[in-house]
Design a protein around this ligand. Sequence first.
Ligand code: SF4
Length: 430
Amino acid sequence: MLALFARSGFRVADDPSLADVIVVNACAFIKEATQEAIDTILEMAELKKIGRCATLIVSGCFSQRYRDKAKWSLPEVDFWAGVDDWEDVMSQLIKKIPGDDIDTANDNRHIDSQASNIDGGVYNRRDDFRRILSEPVSTQHIKIAEGCSHNCSFCVIPSIRGRFKSRGIDDVLQEAKWLYGQGARELILVAQDTSFYGRDIGTSLTALLESLLKGTDFPWIRMMYLHPKFVDDDLLNAIAAEPRVCPYFDIPLQHISDPVLTAMNRTPLSSGIYALIERIRKIVPGATLRSSFIVGFPGETEREFGELRDFIQTASFDKLGLFPYSPEDGTAARAMRPRPNAKTAQRRCAELMSIQRDISRSLLETKVGADADVIIDRISDDPDFNYEGRTTGDAPEVDGRVFVASGCFEIGQIARMRIVGASDYDIFAG
Ligand code: SF4
């Protein structure tokens, strides 16, 4: 989206108050995200009254899901672009945006995208770039597919983003090469279900990985959002055999109790999940396991919650996300009863979080004294440390960090260092 604007002569601003055009590219997956989107839209709408902004655009899942209703309650928004028509809408509106605010000296207009954390807000004006990089250049996400063909009963994503559609291997490879050329050293593959990649076009995630390994020099390739049903032995063996693929498994499991998984319309059930974890640990020794769970789903009594608590205690995940269930309009689970109340769901989440904190700390403490490869993300804001980075076991934003107290490194450099300490979620290297 940013590249489309940039090709039309817009310049990316990193401060919305400097922008003539503001795009709020927002999520609507659950209620909290929807509220955050509305708050941001209202905040940006203020800049139309008191600032430079002349055009406010809302895009992404929020727009796709709510634009018909929201356009009456949010008249400040000039254009609504959905997930399937954003390119058409943006191209049309680029022609309509008045030229008064064009910075004629630079022949550029200014745009801000609130969903993006623009890195410096500067780009070289060229017609050949594919993306404007909106995160630190050394680590880049690449979307390998869009949509989802599963029907988890709590989830609105398939109705917003449509059925699963893989990009071609060559298309992904070309973009990956371009990202490497821009300076990226860690490539993170994302999709709604990364492990389903290729099944709609006669290929597989393993084949994509092989092409990326052969066609690029990325030292780290990481995958996020694997579905437990589609993590097969081919993939496990490929990860085990290739040191350039991070031995990192982010597999949202959602629950462990069979009645709850059935109500969620999820497979495998508990026996398949236990077997998968065993297979991962056997084939990829030292693998980092991350998962996420929904707590307080309809039908989760103290008994099902107890199953989940025991599972989390015994499975001993390195990383864990816990979310209270959010009933969403348009999903099958919305009408399911009985449903634990919000307070109960919060209490259960807090109990699991406290269990996980102890697990995380003791797992991290076992690493003290060992050496690990660390990618340097940034200069640390903490005066006690020089840099902040991550190991192959830490994804950006969601996992812990490595605080580095000594040495001199480039941002994006991957260096071997000694782990000297651990806290609940972070480690320290010297
Ligand atoms: S696999 Fe993920 S995106 Fe797809 S329906 Fe289930 S929760 Fe939603």
